[in-house]
Design a protein around this ligand. Structure first.
Ligand code: PEP
Length: 251
């Protein structure tokens, strides 16, 4: 049984005060018996403040990126150990904005995945196709290639702890959500890829989130699909009501 996991990716948005108010608003309205794992991923400058604001609530905190080296002359970068030091539990890696705006390759993401695991963080590893790749029927190949490249050298024990996020690039921030059937088909394919690379026991354990224009009104149907184990949410994670509405859809 895979525990549903809803994570909010704040991207380069919010202020310190708004972020604190947001996490407190989510924490104070989460149902006491919430069976869903919940995390927020604020900009790195606010991580410390958001970890404090989350306090002893069940809300975990994640970063949106790391560098793969442990320390040293890497101006502007943040290590896994630094994130762990401020109380982070997760890190989003390979988000399409990192892949396509910042030119991150699967081999760079792979180094970051190993650094995150070595530093005790749970990587949320994103994969997803561009619109033109979907239109030319390349979705399965693109997603499998990103999976193999980003997760090379990861052991079965490590794989069981990693969270995957299938995020079709054409659905991110566009309001064009994948249909539940489209998303489920890719999630099911991805689970087969995990079973081929590892085995079916590992494939059964790995949680695969869907991301791309998830909102309270489409969450429940997406999350009811057998291979969709949660959501990585951008825009709708910036308001407590809408994020809570998505969490409610995961039950
Ligand atoms: C994301 O950035 O990971 C994302 C899914 O964004 P949105 O929900 O806004 O499409």
């Amino acid at each position: 049984m895979r525990r549903p996991f809803i994570a909010g990716n704040w991207k380069m948005n919010s202020t310190r005060a708004d972020g604190i108010a947001l996490v407190q608003g989510i924490a104070s309205n989460l149902p006491a018996d919430c069976s869903v794992e919940v995390a927020v991923c604020p900009p790195s400058i606010y991580l410390d403040a958001i970890v404090s604001a989350a306090g002893d609530s069940p809300i975990g905190v994640g970063a949106q990126n790391i560098y793969f080296e442990a320390s040293g002359a890497f101006t502007g970068e943040v290590s896994a150990a630094m994130l762990k030091d401020v109380g982070c539990q997760y890190v989003i890696l390979g988000h399409s904005e990192r892949r396509h705006i910042f030119g991150e390759s699967s081999s760079l993401i792979n180094k970051k995945v190993h650094a995150a695991l070595a530093g005790g963080l749970i990587p949320i590893v994103c994969v997803g196709e561009l619109l033109e790749e979907r239109e030319s029927n390349k979705t399965a190949d693109v997603v499998a290639e990103q999976f193999y490249g980003s997760l090379a050298g990861v052991s079965a024990e490590q794989m069981e702890t990693i969270v995957l996020a299938y995020e079709p690039v054409w659905a991110i921030g566009t309001g064009k959500v994948a249909t539940p059937e489209q998303a489920e088909a890719v999630h099911a394919d991805l689970r087969k890829v995990i079973a081929t690379r590892y085995n079916s026991a590992v494939a059964d354990k790995v949680r695969i989130q869907y991301g791309g224009s998830v909102k309270p009104d489409n969450a429940a149907e997406l999350l009811s699909q057998p291979n969709i184990d949660g959501a990585l949410v951008g825009g709708a994670s910036m308001k407590a009501d809408s994020f809570l509405g998505i969490i409610a859809g995961a039950k």
